[in-house]
Design a protein around this ligand. Structure first.
Ligand SMILES: Cc1cc2nc3c(=O)[nH]c(=O)nc-3n(C[C@H](O)[C@H](O)[C@H](O)COP(=O)(O)OP(=O)(O)OC[C@H]3O[C@@H](n4cnc5c(N)ncnc54)[C@H](O)[C@@H]3O)c2cc1C
Length: 391
């Protein structure tokens, strides 16, 4: 006897999305997570992720009014290196879309997912998972509050520092960059024209992403000492720094939102599923925020896990684990490698690295099939998508 079919550890967007998909598919699901805390980031969710949110009944809802469509993506070489990459401009219309996706505030998305999961009867345990043990027939999870719960399968979606990943003997390949990211938002006097601009600089990308009205979110990657100095600036001085760093493209900067810094790393699990457990989201992989890949990838983890669990007699069986591992590895590995390499090429002082990056980006800019491939890779539509993302 088990308490439920699926146990999910984690209360972030990937855990909640998996819980909703499973509940919609008739799978008895328990989710273990501490109370929601505000996540001040916004994430650029691409078309397949938006279709998934539609499928689970949280899009457009009340969220869309607070999101901005992404119609154009610009990549500008601002490294000051001897060999500069050409400017790249991608239009959503090249793929026949009105927009690539929407920039979405997590502070609104997470509570909306939470409400939907509750409405569908997901059982919430408000605690932290501390330990898990896999048995032949089931898997048992222990919470900080001392509750033990058993299920047929466990989704480990409790973030980059996941204790359950460790308890079940999963390993990560991890590269820590000498780099942090500052996330914030601001008003600007010029229109963003629904364009996200990624300036490639010598210490990492500086990326603005449109929000409704004349407002954008910012992810500014730089050396830790620079990010710490930026965090300590007054609002007025930080506005000036942002205006200078963005070459004034968005006009005068004002009205900064809250700021938060994140350590940058690139990591990927060596195995994505085993012992009746599947790794989902940041528990499985972390990428520097280049090309808005992280949460889009995490939602594909959640939707793939749900497809396999809903269709299985024993969702914790070795064959399901093998299939999940195969599908997720094919999607995750190239993205972790590519974003890690691109980031490392910016940080490197080797001119051969700069040359290779400039040549790669020039090929993407000018060779039509490569350009199409890059666009479809960016959207995550190259391989077959999970059911909920097909539309
Ligand atoms: C600056 C920045 C900008 C980004 N921008 C984008 C973007 O534009 N597009 C994009 O696709 N991605 C983006 N990402 C990546 C994206 O934010 C992450 O991929 C996403 O938040 C991961 O979601 P998650 O649910 O897997 O993990 P998390 O959001 O880390 O959630 C983990 C959850 O687990 C809970 N938890 C922790 N410990 C336990 C425990 N022991 N037991 C139970 N629960 C636990 C936590 O409370 C939390 O709710 C960005 C990342 C950064 C740092």
């Amino acid at each position: 006897m088990t308490d439920c079919t699926a146990i999910i550890s984690g209360g972030g967007p990937s855990a909640l999305t998996a819980a909703i998909l499973l509940a919609q598919g008739g799978v008895k699901t328990t989710l273990i997570a501490p109370a929601i805390t505000d996540d001040l980031r916004t994430t650029a969710l691409m078309q397949p992720a938006i279709r998934l949110l539609e499928f689970i009944g949280v899009w457009p809802g009340e969220i869309i009014a607070h999101c901005a469509p992404l119609k154009r993506l610009h990549v500008l070489d601002d490294t000051g290196n001897l060999v500069a990459a050409p400017k790249i401009e991608f239009m959503a219309s090249e793929l026949g879309f009105e927009e690539f996706g929407f920039n979405t505030p997590l502070a609104l998305l997470i509570p909306a997912l939470h409400r939907r999961a509750e409405m569908l009867g997901v059982n919430f345990l408000h605690s932290k998972s501390v330990h898990a043990v896999a048995h032949d027939e089931n898997i048992a999870v222990e919470t900080e509050a001392g509750t033990n719960i058993t299920g047929k399968v466990l989704l480990i979606a409790d973030g980059a520092a996941s204790p359950l990943r460790k308890a079940l003997g999963f390993h990560l390949n991890c590269t820590r960059f000498e780099q942090m990211a500052l996330a914030t938002s601001f008003d600007h006097s010029a229109s963003h024209e629904f364009t996200s601009t990624e300036f490639h600089k010598a210490a990492g990308p500086f990326t603005t992403v449109p929000l409704p009205g004349n407002r954008s979110s910012l992810v500014w990657m730089a050396r830790p000492s620079r990010i710490e100095a930026l965090l300590a600036l007054s609002e007025k001085d930080l506005c000036t720094e942002i205006q200078l760093e963005g070459h004034g493209l968005l006009g005068r900067i004002s009205n900064l939102g809250p700021r938060k810094a994140f350590q940058m790393q690139s990591s990927s699990a060596t195995v994505f599923a085993k012992s009746r457990a599947m790794l989902v989201g940041e528990a499985a992989h972390a990428l520097p925020p280049i090309g808005a890949q992280g949460l889009n990838l995490s939602l594909r983890d959640a939707a793939t896990a749900a497809d396999l669990i809903i269709a299985a007699d024993d969702p914790g069986s070795a064959s399901i684990a093998t299939e999940y591992d195969k599908q997720r590895r094919a999607d995750v590995a190239p993205r972790v490698a590519l974003t890690g390499l691109l980031n490392a090429s910016l940080l490197s002082e080797l001119s051969s690295f700069h040359l290779a990056r400039a040549a790669g980006l020039a090929a993407v800019a000018h060779i039509a099939p490569l350009r199409q491939l890059a666009l479809r890779q960016g959207l995550g539509t190259v391989s077959e998508l999970p059911v909920a993302m097909r539309g």
